[in-house]
Design a protein around this ligand. Structure first.
Ligand code: S3P
Length: 168
Protein backbone atom coordinates (compact mmCIF):
# COMPACT_ATOMS: atom_id res chain seq x y z
CA UNK A 1 0.00 0.00 0.00
CA UNK A 2 1.20 3.49 -0.71
CA UNK A 3 1.65 5.91 2.15
CA UNK A 4 -1.28 8.24 2.75
CA UNK A 5 -0.38 11.70 4.03
CA UNK A 6 -2.98 14.02 5.53
CA UNK A 7 -2.47 17.78 5.33
CA UNK A 8 -4.71 20.61 6.43
CA UNK A 9 -5.05 23.49 8.85
CA UNK A 10 -5.06 23.07 12.63
CA UNK A 11 -8.40 21.68 13.76
CA UNK A 12 -9.12 19.86 10.47
CA UNK A 13 -9.18 16.48 12.23
CA UNK A 14 -5.98 15.11 10.68
CA UNK A 15 -5.05 13.02 13.73
CA UNK A 16 -8.53 11.60 14.40
CA UNK A 17 -9.11 10.80 10.73
CA UNK A 18 -5.58 9.44 10.30
CA UNK A 19 -5.97 7.08 13.24
CA UNK A 20 -9.33 5.78 11.98
CA UNK A 21 -8.05 5.46 8.42
CA UNK A 22 -4.97 3.51 9.52
CA UNK A 23 -7.13 1.21 11.61
CA UNK A 24 -9.48 0.54 8.69
CA UNK A 25 -6.53 -0.26 6.45
CA UNK A 26 -4.69 -2.33 9.08
CA UNK A 27 -1.77 0.06 8.67
CA UNK A 28 0.44 1.95 11.11
CA UNK A 29 -0.55 5.50 12.03
CA UNK A 30 2.11 8.19 12.45
CA UNK A 31 1.32 11.56 14.00
CA UNK A 32 4.08 13.85 12.79
CA UNK A 33 3.67 16.26 15.72
CA UNK A 34 4.25 13.34 18.09
CA UNK A 35 7.28 12.14 16.13
CA UNK A 36 8.68 15.69 16.22
CA UNK A 37 8.06 15.96 19.97
CA UNK A 38 9.89 12.67 20.50
CA UNK A 39 12.86 14.09 18.53
CA UNK A 40 12.77 17.40 20.39
CA UNK A 41 12.37 15.77 23.77
CA UNK A 42 9.80 18.40 24.73
CA UNK A 43 6.33 19.60 23.79
CA UNK A 44 6.07 21.67 20.59
CA UNK A 45 4.76 24.71 22.52
CA UNK A 46 7.82 24.66 24.80
CA UNK A 47 10.16 24.30 21.82
CA UNK A 48 8.52 27.27 20.09
CA UNK A 49 8.94 29.33 23.25
CA UNK A 50 12.61 28.40 23.69
CA UNK A 51 13.90 28.22 20.10
CA UNK A 52 11.28 29.83 17.84
CA UNK A 53 9.31 28.72 14.81
CA UNK A 54 12.20 28.64 12.31
CA UNK A 55 14.13 26.09 14.41
CA UNK A 56 10.95 24.04 14.78
CA UNK A 57 10.41 24.02 11.00
CA UNK A 58 13.91 22.63 10.43
CA UNK A 59 13.35 19.79 12.86
CA UNK A 60 9.87 19.16 11.42
CA UNK A 61 11.32 18.92 7.90
CA UNK A 62 13.86 16.29 8.93
CA UNK A 63 11.14 14.21 10.63
CA UNK A 64 8.83 14.49 7.60
CA UNK A 65 11.56 13.34 5.25
CA UNK A 66 12.16 10.23 7.37
CA UNK A 67 8.45 9.50 7.90
CA UNK A 68 7.61 9.59 4.19
CA UNK A 69 9.63 6.44 3.63
CA UNK A 70 7.40 4.51 6.05
CA UNK A 71 4.35 2.67 4.74
CA UNK A 72 1.21 3.74 6.60
CA UNK A 73 -0.88 6.81 7.31
CA UNK A 74 0.80 10.07 8.35
CA UNK A 75 -1.00 13.06 9.88
CA UNK A 76 1.14 16.16 9.44
CA UNK A 77 1.14 19.41 11.42
CA UNK A 78 -0.88 22.26 9.93
CA UNK A 79 2.19 24.31 9.05
CA UNK A 80 4.01 21.61 7.09
CA UNK A 81 3.18 23.25 3.77
CA UNK A 82 4.73 26.60 4.77
CA UNK A 83 8.18 25.25 3.83
CA UNK A 84 9.08 24.91 0.16
CA UNK A 85 11.27 21.89 0.90
CA UNK A 86 8.24 20.14 2.44
CA UNK A 87 5.96 21.09 -0.45
CA UNK A 88 8.54 19.62 -2.84
CA UNK A 89 8.59 16.37 -0.86
CA UNK A 90 4.78 16.19 -0.76
CA UNK A 91 4.48 16.88 -4.48
CA UNK A 92 6.63 13.81 -5.12
CA UNK A 93 4.27 11.64 -3.06
CA UNK A 94 1.09 10.06 -4.42
CA UNK A 95 -1.46 9.82 -1.65
CA UNK A 96 -1.50 13.33 -0.19
CA UNK A 97 -4.98 14.26 1.03
CA UNK A 98 -6.02 17.80 1.97
CA UNK A 99 -8.66 17.77 4.70
CA UNK A 100 -10.42 20.98 3.81
CA UNK A 101 -12.51 22.78 6.40
CA UNK A 102 -14.32 26.09 6.49
CA UNK A 103 -12.22 28.63 8.33
CA UNK A 104 -14.83 29.61 10.96
CA UNK A 105 -15.46 25.97 11.90
CA UNK A 106 -11.73 25.28 12.09
CA UNK A 107 -11.22 28.24 14.41
CA UNK A 108 -14.11 27.08 16.59
CA UNK A 109 -12.52 23.64 16.92
CA UNK A 110 -9.07 25.06 17.64
CA UNK A 111 -10.49 27.26 20.41
CA UNK A 112 -12.44 24.37 21.94
CA UNK A 113 -9.45 22.02 21.99
CA UNK A 114 -8.05 22.18 25.53
CA UNK A 115 -5.62 19.27 25.06
CA UNK A 116 -3.59 20.49 22.13
CA UNK A 117 -1.67 23.70 22.85
CA UNK A 118 -0.96 25.33 19.50
CA UNK A 119 1.45 28.25 19.90
CA UNK A 120 0.47 29.88 16.59
CA UNK A 121 -3.21 29.86 17.61
CA UNK A 122 -2.64 31.06 21.18
CA UNK A 123 -0.83 34.17 20.02
CA UNK A 124 -3.50 35.16 17.44
CA UNK A 125 -7.05 36.45 17.67
CA UNK A 126 -9.69 34.89 15.39
CA UNK A 127 -9.15 37.41 12.62
CA UNK A 128 -5.41 36.81 12.62
CA UNK A 129 -5.92 33.06 12.69
CA UNK A 130 -8.25 33.30 9.67
CA UNK A 131 -5.58 35.35 7.88
CA UNK A 132 -3.04 32.59 8.63
CA UNK A 133 -5.45 30.04 7.12
CA UNK A 134 -5.94 32.08 3.95
CA UNK A 135 -2.19 32.64 3.57
CA UNK A 136 -1.74 28.86 3.54
CA UNK A 137 -4.75 27.65 1.61
CA UNK A 138 -3.18 27.59 -1.86
CA UNK A 139 -0.25 25.60 -0.48
CA UNK A 140 -2.55 22.88 0.88
CA UNK A 141 -4.11 22.64 -2.57
CA UNK A 142 -0.86 22.55 -4.54
CA UNK A 143 0.71 20.03 -2.14
CA UNK A 144 -2.11 17.47 -2.39
CA UNK A 145 -3.69 15.34 -5.10
CA UNK A 146 -6.97 14.69 -3.27
CA UNK A 147 -9.22 17.21 -1.51
CA UNK A 148 -11.82 15.99 0.98
CA UNK A 149 -14.29 18.38 2.61
CA UNK A 150 -14.64 17.79 6.34
CA UNK A 151 -17.35 20.25 7.45
CA UNK A 152 -20.21 18.56 9.31
CA UNK A 153 -18.85 15.11 8.35
CA UNK A 154 -18.19 12.29 10.80
CA UNK A 155 -14.71 10.78 11.02
CA UNK A 156 -16.09 7.56 9.48
CA UNK A 157 -17.64 9.43 6.55
CA UNK A 158 -14.35 11.23 5.90
CA UNK A 159 -12.44 7.93 6.04
CA UNK A 160 -14.86 6.39 3.52
CA UNK A 161 -14.46 9.33 1.20
CA UNK A 162 -10.66 9.14 1.36
CA UNK A 163 -10.72 5.42 0.61
CA UNK A 164 -12.95 6.02 -2.43
CA UNK A 165 -10.69 8.76 -3.73
CA UNK A 166 -7.44 6.89 -3.10
CA UNK A 167 -8.75 3.78 -4.87
CA UNK A 168 -9.35 5.73 -8.09
C1 S3P B 1 1.12 24.14 13.51
C2 S3P B 1 0.22 23.12 13.72
C3 S3P B 1 0.36 22.13 14.79
C4 S3P B 1 1.83 21.96 15.20
C5 S3P B 1 2.46 23.29 15.49
C6 S3P B 1 2.39 24.25 14.31
C7 S3P B 1 0.87 25.12 12.43
O1 S3P B 1 -0.16 20.86 14.35
O2 S3P B 1 2.58 21.31 14.19
O3 S3P B 1 1.79 23.84 16.60
O4 S3P B 1 1.81 25.85 12.05
O5 S3P B 1 -0.27 25.13 11.89
P1 S3P B 1 -1.76 20.56 14.19
O6 S3P B 1 -2.16 21.00 12.83
O7 S3P B 1 -1.82 19.08 14.36
O8 S3P B 1 -2.45 21.31 15.27
Amino acid sequence: MKTIVLVGFMGAGKSAVGQALAQTLGQTFYDLDELVEAELGMPIAAYFADFGEAAFRQREHAVLQKALSLPGVIATGGGIITQKANRDLLQQQQGVVYLKGQVDLLIQRIRQDRQNVRPLAVERNDEELAALFFSRESFYLTSSQIVVATDHQSVDAIVKKILQEVAQ
